[in-house]
Design a binder for this molecule. Structure first.
Ligand SMILES: Cc1ncc(COP(=O)(O)O)c(C=O)c1O
Length: 435
């Protein structure tokens, strides 16, 4: 199934695979995240194939979309996982992940999380500081095991993405500078609890060109060569995630382009195993958020608001990152325009009005879209927020005491709940006994 056939309009109705959005919304209520099994599988397969010339382990980035049914589906397809907390590790294990395919990054792993990961036998830690390497060494010594580690290098490369998701630039909290990494590797060679086996980078997300990867690897591969010459057994190179997707319908570089761009560096690194950590590429386009219009509001100040039952607590990306998501009514005779640009004000033949699409949360920053051209929407209309599968539900919260949305997984014409809508009882569950 082609990408644009996964979420598409047939006879004026939006479908995810073979399931009509309206029917899903009626059955499970709104707001509701809807994911496509076919597209999740297809994207996993595509990125794995792009890197197939190497022995590549794809570690899906749990933070992007952490529902255990989705992790299970990917684990069954052969995916490993990139976790950044004990909680993410737990989720991956509950989903049936092979611990030997789990990597663990993050700048603040606690001793408890390190112990948990060691006891579960994960593949390796991506270490982000000297203090953390010492902590891993200590915990491993206490448990009588040897932890496999990769140093997460901060190559000081600007990935030219949002400042808040820039992680490979000097001055950010992530990773260890090349010179420090080389020094630390030399010292740690004598430590009994850790075994340095790899180098890891993760530059940021999303990255719309291959060039930052090339520039980073041009620094990292010589480091690997120097470390090897100094006696370290570096046999794993992890190039992280960040592979972009289209949020507007426009063409973006496919995974083969990233693979081709880094090919010479990966060859030169002579690492037996290459690891990639895609999150957004696999899950981003594979999920949408369905929301119903509660009210229209037109003001004397000349503004037109479409007030929906989904809010910033359900999808924080627009207000947090200024992120752009396509929105379109689930019933539309004309279907949705192929490409929707942020600055676009109208579409050929489709009458539209400029609106702000907002939620019920008490913040001026609570919006899903601002100044967006949309067909006229009325209370009760169903609206789809596209490309919300990554960093959508996983970043949602209970702010304003709003129960979190339901999640639904579609497979062909079938659909099933994979997370029930939270209840008011769920909101106070962890507190009630202490009243
Ligand atoms: C260490 C690490 N790896 C992988 C990813 C996944 O990035 P993306 O979803 O853009 O592929 C992230 C995201 O922040 C990350 O922090």
């Amino acid at each position: 199934m082609a990408d644009d056939e996964t979420f598409c309009y047939r006879d004026g109705e939006l479908y995810c695979e073979g399931a009509a959005a309206e029917r899903i919304a009626e059955q499970y209520g709104t707001p509701c995240y809807v994911y496509s099994t076919a597209l999740l599988r297809e994207r996993f397969k595509r990125i794995r194939q792009a890197f197939a010339q190497w022995d590549t382990l794809v570690c899906f980035s749990v933070k992007s979309c952490a529902n255990v049914s989705i992790l299970k589906l990917l684990a069954q397809a052969g995916s490993g996982f990139d976790a950044v907390s004990g909680g993410e590790l737990y989720r991956a294990l509950v989903a049936g992940a092979d611990p030997e395919k789990i990597v663990f990054a993050g700048v603040g792993k606690t001793a408890g999380e390190i112990e948990y990961a060691l006891q579960e036998g994960i593949l390796m830690f991506n270490v982000e500081s000297r203090a953390e390497l010492e902590a891993i060494n200590e915990v491993a010594d206490r448990l009588g095991v040897r932890a496999r580690v990769a140093i997460r290098v901060n190559p000081d490369i600007d990935p030219r993405t949002h400042e808040k998701t820039t992680t490979g630039k000097g001055g950010t909290k992530f990773g260890i500078g090349i010179d420090e990494a080389e020094k630390l590797a030399g010292e740690a060679a004598g430590w009994s609890g850790v075994e340095l086996r790899g180098i890891h980078i993760h530059l940021g997300s999303p990255i719309y060109s291959t060039e930052p990867y090339e520039r980073a690897l041009a620094k990292v591969v010589p480091l690997i060569e120097r470390l090897r010459a100094a006696g370290c057994r570096i046999d794993r190179l992890n190039i992280g995630g960040g592979f972009c997707i289209s949020y507007t319908g426009e063409a973006t570089p496919p995974p083969q382009e990233y693979a081709a761009a880094v090919e010479s560096y990966l060859e030169k690194s002579a690492c037996a195993v290459i690891i990639i950590e895609p999150g957004r590429y696999i899950a981003g386009n594979a999920g949408m958020l369905l929301t119903r219009v509660i009210y229209r509001k037109e003001t004397q100040f000349g503004k037109r608001f479409i007030i929906c039952d989904a809010a910033m607590n359900d999808l924080v990306r627009p207000t947090l990152y200024g992120a752009f998501h396509r929105l379109w009514p689930a019933r539309s005779e004309e279907g949705m325009p192929q490409v929707v640009l942020a600055e676009q004000e109208g579409f050929d033949g489709i009458p539209t009005e400029l609106v702000d699409v907002v939620g019920p949360v008490c913040e001026n920053g609570d919006f899903l879209a601002r100044a967006r051209a949309l067909p006229r929407l009325e209370a009760g209309d169903l609206l789809a927020v596209f490309d919300a599968g990554a960093y959508g539900f996983s970043m949602s919260s209970n702010y304003n005491a709003r129960p979190r949305a339901a999640e639904v997984l579609v497979d062909g014409p079938e659909h099933r709940l994979i997370r029930h809508r939270e209840t008011y009882g769920d909101l106070v569950g962890p507190e009630r006994q202490f009243m």
